[in-house]
Every structure is written in C-alpha cells, then in structure tokens.
Design a binder for this molecule. Structure first.
Ligand code: OSB
Ligand code: MG
Length: 368
C-alpha cells in the first residue's frame, strides 16, 4: 500500500454532560483525526489525547506537532507500507503512544477497507456483540450521582464504574450499593489519585464487593501497587501504568495487578493492544477495554477489540448517546447492555459528511 497523503483534521464536539475525574473536568472534546489516503482506500484514525497532559504526558497539540514533523513523514516514505510495519517504522521516536496509535489505526483502516475485511475479523473477534459498562464521573452531590447511575442501569449497562478521589470514595460507593443493591457489578477508578500512605482509605472499600479498583496509585508506582494489592481484598486493575505488552508482563510478574484495562491509544495501537490481550489470556488474567471518550470512529475499533475472547469483563465501550447528542458516525446504540461489532470492511463506520463538516475546526494536508 502506498500512501498518497495524510490529512490532519481537528474537530470539536461538546460532551452531553461534563465528565469529572480526579485529574480534571472535560466539557468538550477537541479531537485530532487522521485520514490516510491511498489509491485503493482511505482510512481513519482517532487520536485519544486530551487537550492537556493530565491523564498522561501526551496532549493534542503536541500529538499533532509530532505527527506532522516526525511520524507522518516516517510512514509516507515507506513503499508497500502495511499496518504491521507502522510501529516498527516509528519505534525510533520515543514515547507518544497515542499519536502513534492514531496513525497505525488510520493505516490499518485503509488496509482493511482495501482488503474488504473488518477490524473485528482482522483482530480475532468472536461473537458479534460486546457487553458494555459505563464510567460515571465525579459529581457535585450523592443525589446527582444516584440519579446518573439509576439512569444508566435503566438503559441496560451491565456494570458501573465510579470515578473516585480522596474525599469522594467510600460515601459514593456506599450510597450506590445501598440504593441499587449488592448484585450490580461495580468498580472504581482513581486515576492515580492516591498514595500508598492512603491505603487505609482504600481498604475501607473492601466491604462493598467491588469487582476491581483501577489505577489507585501513580503510573510509575508498580511496586507500590504490588504492596497495595497485598493489603486489599479488592482486585487491583491497572490502566495508566500499562504502556506495552512488556510492561504488562512485568506488572503481572510482580503482582502489581490481577486485571488489566486495555486502551489501544495508551499502548501504541491496536496491534500492541492485541498482544497484551494474548499475554493476559495465556496467563488467565481478565482484561477489559477502556475508553477515552471516543467518537464513533474510535468506538468502532474498540468494540471490535473488545470482542476478542480474553475480554471477559464489560468495557468502557458505552453507547454514543452517553457522550454525544450527535456522534460523528451513525450512533452506536445499546441493546440488552451490548453494542454490535461492526461487520463492514475496516472500521465499518465512517464520519457522516455533514456532521464532520459541522465540527471541523482545522484541516491540514501532508504529502511527500
Ligand atoms: O481512566 O478510564 C479512564 C476517560 C478519559 C480519560 C481516562 C479515563 C476515562 C474514562 C471514560 O474512564 C471511559 C469512556 O467512557 O470512554
Ligand atoms: Mg482508568
């Protein structure tokens, strides 16, 4: 496959409601899209960086600069490029997994559209739908939280994830358990807001029968996570800490976690994400698909990934309307707590032209 050129496009989409985590609050998403053009087909990539480097070191303007100056030139000059060659071609540039993942996703989409094969088929999906959970942000009151959780349960979500931080942990979890009962699959995500010194507060969550606690400590604190895991009954799951299959193998070997959240952007792409899945599946470690408030493009690929057999827990693969009044693509809709895996070639969905035009704030064309 020879790349004719690449478009970098910025879009701005308002979230249906603000989303608050321990590291910040998002009202809108300013998203970088990549469109790879080849003689046979076009492919779309969605970069999952946020506007500011609060979740990880990457941020959207930085990713755009890196793609423009280094990553896109390095792939455009490769004759006969395929998605599997993208990561090796970019390996000389340090870090920046989200920018790299977006470019690999666009190349893979073009390749698969040209070949008439879906993402799910290529990645190894089994079954034609996936079980979905929902990530519920930090709210300004317990009442507001209970309303939100009640609404999501009514829509059919199969598990609830509560964002927590010091001061918003035991009380919201207790309130959700009291209102909705012990049988609702429930988990929490701290986005690295605690230190090992705060382990006592986290141990107070043990009585609520949570399925897991996600990323309680800083991304680099693998050994502290291993210590914490020994102090808690609740299984520890890592998100921010797991940046590659190698890192996942190490984290599992030292007992830093017993569950893994797989986000393709965080690990440099769908191919590395699949390697982490394979590693975990071979070791009997449950995984689930995380999310980064994606549009229908990223959602399509995540749903395909989440259909791999080792994804035994419901993902943060929520329906379009959990995020957007109008998605960029045909909306993903929840049926019996599930989203359908797209079956058409590539991502199986494309931006709706009018919607794309409406939300675009900037475009830029790069060619050899
Ligand atoms: O930690 O999983 C996270 C969103 C943005 C950044 C980090 C996280 C999240 C979510 C939302 O929890 C997941 C989603 O619904 O896309
Ligand atoms: Mg997380």
């Amino acid at each position: 496959m020879n790349i004719t050129g690449v478009e970098l496009r910025r879009i701005r989409m308002p979230l249906i409601a603000p989303f608050r985590t321990s590291f910040g609050v998002a009202h809108t998403r300013d998203i970088l899209l990549i469109r790879v053009v080849t003689p046979e087909a076009e492919g779309w990539g969605e970069c999952v960086t946020e506007e500011s480097p609060l979740y990880s070191e990457e941020y959207t303007d930085g990713a755009a600069d890196l793609l423009r100056r280094f990553l896109i030139p390095a792939v455009i000059e490769q004759p006969g490029l395929c998605a599997a060659r993208v990561a090796p071609a970019l390996a000389c540039f340090k870090g920046n997994p989200m920018a790299k993942a977006a470019l690999e996703m666009a190349v893979l989409d073009a390749e698969l559209r040209a070949a008439g094969m879906s993402f799910g088929r290529y990645l190894g999906a089994v079954g034609d739908d996936v079980r979905c959970g929902v990530s519920v942000g930090i709210m300004s009151s317990i009442e507001e939280l209970l309303d939100a959780v009640g609404g999501y349960l009514k829509e059919g979500y199969l598990r609830i994830k509560l964002k927590i931080q010091p001061g918003w942990d035991v009380e919201p979890v207790r309130a959700v358990r009291e209102r909705f009962g012990p049988d609702v699959p429930l988990q929490v995500d701290a986005n690295a807001a605690y230190t090992l010194a705060g382990a006592r507060a986290l141990a107070r969550l043990d009585e609520f029968g949570l399925d897991l606690i996600e990323q309680p400590l800083a991304a680099g604190d693998l050994h502290q996570h291993a210590q914490l895991a020994r102090l808690l009954k609740t299984p520890v799951c890592l998100d921010e800490s797991i940046t590659s299959a190698e890192e996942a193998a190490y984290a599992l070997a030292i007992g830093a976690c017993s569950v893994v959240n797989i986000k393709p952007g965080r690990v440099g792409g769908y191919l590395e994400a699949r390697r982490i899945h394979d590693l975990c599946q071979a070791n009997g470690v449950p995984v689930w698909c995380g999310g980064m408030l994606e549009t229908g493009l990223g959602r399509a690929a995540n749903v395909a990934l989440a259909a791999l057999p080792g994804f035994v827990l419901p993902g943060d693969t929520s329906a379009s309307r959990r995020y957007w009044a109008d998605d960029l693509t045909e909306p993903f809709e929840l049926r019996d707590g599930r989203l359908a895996v797209p079956q058409e070639p590539g991502l199986g969905v494309s931006p709706l032209p009018e919607r794309l035009a409406e939300v675009t704030t900037h475009t830029e064309w790069l060619s050899e």
